[in-house]
Write a protein that binds this ligand. Structure first.
Ligand code: FMN
Length: 215
């Protein structure tokens, strides 16, 4: 059975739109799920010891380096053991939630996960679904177009062959502020259409990935 690593990062538990759309994916996914909730249990920020541990042989590490390496090993092994990935990463301040960035800083390690060596990334070609809800609208022609710095950065980090090389699909439920912000009230129909399309897309992606990984 294929293993899905599901990583959440919205601070809003079940009220998170990204998490709700992920539930539509999970309702159709057939396989094992390993879940990590970075908001409920944040990983530590990368420390100096965490960086120097990467270039220090295990037998020469300080206690701090050994502790830092153990954190990275646990998170990296979780990634390497999965066949597919589901990330929920909402737009926070035009970027990604800091808990997700902290996780990336722990797991993007030369020789372990990064693909710029001769063998490429261990995760190359593995499917990843990224769900990123945002309060505003960022489509072409909108005033915010080009100001989303979360999805483009994640498309590079997750998808570039020299980094994680995953086969990334992106779902962006938009205008989540429309129902509660009077200034955006006229955009409620667009928000509702975006929600419906996002849930449908999440279901379709889960069905397609379940079928392709079982084949
Ligand atoms: C700390 C914080 C920063 C935010 N920054 C932005 C932003 O820069 N642009 C935007 O469109 N929405 C922003 N929002 C709104 C969220 O993107 C929106 O509420 C979205 O639905 C959050 O995803 P979630 O529902 O999965 O938690 C922000 C929300 C929070 C809590």
């Amino acid at each position: 059975m294929a293993v899905l690593l599901h990583i959440d990062s919205s601070s809003l538990g079940s009220a998170s739109v990204s998490r709700q759309v992920a539930q539509s994916f999970l309702a159709e996914w057939q396989g094992e799920v390993v879940h990590r909730d970075l908001a409920a249990q944040p990983v530590p920020h990368l420390t100096a010891a965490g960086i120097t541990a990467r270039t220090t042989p295990a037998e020469n590490r300080t206690a701090d380096e050994a502790d830092a390496a153990a954190i990275q090993d646990e998170l990296i092994n979780e990634i390497l053991a999965a066949d597919a990935y589901l990330f929920t990463v909402p737009l926070y301040n035009y970027s990604m939630p800091s808990v997700f960035k902290a996780w990336l800083d722990q797991v993007l390690v030369p020789g372990r996960t990064l693909g710029f060596g001769p063998e490429g990334a261990a995760t190359a070609g593995r499917p990843a679904v990224l769900i990123s809800a945002r309060g505003g609208g960022y489509g072409p022609g909108t005033p915010n177009h080009g100001k989303d710095f979360a999805v483009p950065a994640l498309e590079v980090i997750l998808g570039d062959p020299k980094i994680l090389g995953m086969d990334v699909r992106v779902i962006t439920p938009e205008l989540t502020y429309a129902p509660t912000m009077p200034a955006l009230a006229e955009l409620i129909p667009l928000h509702e259409a975006s929600m419906e399309a996002s849930h449908r897309e999440a279901q379709a992606q889960a069905q397609a990935l379940t079928a392709s990984l079982a084949a």
